[in-house]
Ligand binder design. Structure first.
Ligand code: SER
Length: 542
């Protein structure tokens, strides 16, 4: 009788570790997903923690090491949902810094795949030569010596050259192992060091860096059609949305476990996008059962405040191009992937490249705007709210102007949202702000308002401006002064990382400082009554 029990992913891990240890490798634990290397966002490969050893082998704890490294890669995010791409995965790898090179690396891979895993190799690929980098004839010869019938395909730099991670680092030609049509193992021959200027220099000691995705290996070993059917995904989601949720959930939990919080920049922004995508997919399916802990929940609740309006606005657009997509991101916090998920064919021509380009343009524009603001001479600015006669005065009223927005937000936080602007007047000496409120403020309330404003200043929040069609601007919840006539489209200034997470957002003509830290210390000097139901605050900055 013959029966077959598929190898579990735990058994695969153990086999890999035993195999590498019995072949002279020192086992090293997975390193953090958030590496010290400032030029990379996340650990995207097993070699990340060993990067310095390729240029400096004497530093390495051993010549040959092996690990199972947790990785986050966003480069494949658009493929997630198919059979084999993930944002979070684990990578089995063996590495050498002067211990062995091509012969041993290829033999180890061949033996592990064919003997330990009992798999049949479809074919392998080797580097066929490109530019100044010669073809890797050695690898072809080594594979053929192990198995004369093996098919060896050749490819150029795009497919068979790896690295570096970040701005500079070790890199080199690769040979890749394919099983059931899937790339299982990437073996990198780190012969070069690529400099920041993209120059390739020969490394003194050539090294080995190999990486094999645990999920893909489990898929072929367990005879499954996709990674989600393996025992690494107990729920085996079958539709694209379910798969994306399963993948992103793993990445989110792993990143939060490392202490990362959602934010609008760099690593935090990746986490934010992953969370928002799950929230959107659930929202569209009319469900809400993903539970990934308090950090997830908080971000979810925040995003749900604008998601509905964002979806509605998106529904009004026939063709979603990069400009529309970026506007929706700015107003409602809809990330690129989310827009793609919701708009489907209407965003068919929208590319990530074009969207990212809008980001860059926007950043460049706000920088230029900030420079122009303070560049003028003898400028007289009097918009009814602001009075300034020279650049120094303009700068002072500009700081007071932003402080006034913070004051407005802080008043609403302390006294409630019945507070509305009833007028304002800013001179280089002070700001005067009138607002609706039925009674005198207590000392505690005044102190609380001051503290909130000064806290926002201490946090040095960014001040940004976005121009939106008036109706859409109203949908963002930005404050406006009912007495004022605003143009359409209108400028909305917001203080904080984005509209959604803004400390303050108001319809406004500017000018404002670029960061709240420029304001200085904020002090309320007087609080009095103007008329029935209207109070007046005078405040200064120092
Ligand atoms: N660094 C290579 C990769 O990530 C091999 O580990 O594919």
């Amino acid at each position: 009788m013959c029966y077959f029990v598929a190898m579990t992913h735990q058994e695969i891990r153990e086999k890999f570790r035993n195999f590498m240890e019995s072949h002279g490798h020192t086992w090293v634990a997975s390193s953090s997903l958030l590496p010290d290397d400032p030029s990379v966002l996340f650990t995207t490969a097993g070699m990340q923690q060993f990067k310095p050893y390729y240029t400096n082998p004497a530093m390495a704890p051993a010549k040959n090491v092996a690990s199972i490294q947790k990785c986050v890669r966003t480069s494949d995010i658009d493929e997630v949902g198919d059979e084999s791409h993930l944002t979070f995965f684990e990578m089995l790898g063996n590495f050498s810094f002067g211990g062995y090179f091509k012969d041993e690396a290829i033999r180890l891979a061949y033996d592990f795949i064919t003997r330990e895993m009992g798999l049949t190799i479809d074919y392998v690929s080797v580097f066929g030569g490109e530019d100044t980098v010669p073809a890797d004839d050695d690898s072809e010869r080594i594979w053929k010596a192990l198995d004369p019938s093996i098919e060896v395909r050749k490819a150029g730099r795009a497919d068979n050259f790896w690295g570096p991670t970040g701005d500079e680092g070790p890199c080199g030609p690769t040979t890749e192992v394919y099983v059931n049509g899937i790339e299982i193992w990437n073996i990198v021959f780190n012969q070069y060091f690529q400099t920041k200027e993209k120059e390739l220099r020969l490394l003194e000691t050539p090294g080995i860096d190999t990486g094999m995705g645990l999920e893909r290996l489990a898929m072929v070993v367990q005879g499954k059609a996709n990674i989600y059917e393996t025992d690494l995904f107990p729920n085996h989601p079958t539709d694209r949305a379910g798969r994306i949720i399963a993948d992103h959930s793993r990445a989110i939990v792993a990143l939060i476990a490392e202490g990362l919080e959602p934010s609008n920049k760099d690593r935090g922004y990746v986490l934010r996008r992953l969370i928002r995508r799950i929230v959107t997919l659930e929202y569209m399916a009319g469900r809400s059962d993903v539970d990934l802990g308090p950090v997830y929940e908080q971000e979810k609740q925040k995003f749900l405040k604008t998601l509905g309006t964002g979806i509605k606005e998106l529904g009004r657009v026939a063709e979603v191009d990069a400009a529309v997509a970026f506007r929706l991101y700015e107003s409602y916090g809809l990330p690129y992937e989310v827009i793609k998920d919701i708009a489907g064919a209407r965003a068919g021509s929208l590319t990530r490249g074009a969207f990212d380009e809008k980001f860059k343009e926007h950043q460049a524009k706000s920088r230029a705007g900030a420079e122009k603001k303070f560049g003028g001479h003898g400028l007289l600015l009097d918009t009814g709210e602001l009075k300034a006669g020279n650049p120094e005065e303009l700068q002072k009223v500009t700081r007071l102007h932003t402080a006034t927005h913070l004051l407005h937000a802080a008043l609403r936080e302390v006294l409630g949202t019945e507070v509305h602007q009833a007028g304002s007047d800013i001179t280089p000496e002070r700001t005067r702000f009138d607002f609706t409120f039925p009674r005198k403020l207590t000392d505690e309330e005044k102190a609380a308002v001051e503290e909130i404003v000064n806290d926002a200043i201490k946090r040095d929040l960014a001040v940004n401006m976005v121009t939106l069609p008036k109706q859409e601007a109203e949908g963002t919840g930005a404050l406006f002064f009912f007495k004022e006539k605003y143009p359409d489209p209108v400028n909305v200034y917001y203080v904080g990382p984005d509209m959604l997470n803004a400390f303050s957002k108001e319809f406004c003509g500017g000018p404002h400082v670029t960061h709240t830290g420029e304001i200085g210390r904020f002090t309320i000097t007087k609080e009095e009554s103007v008329s029935a139901g209207v109070r007046r605050i005078r405040a200064v900055i120092s």
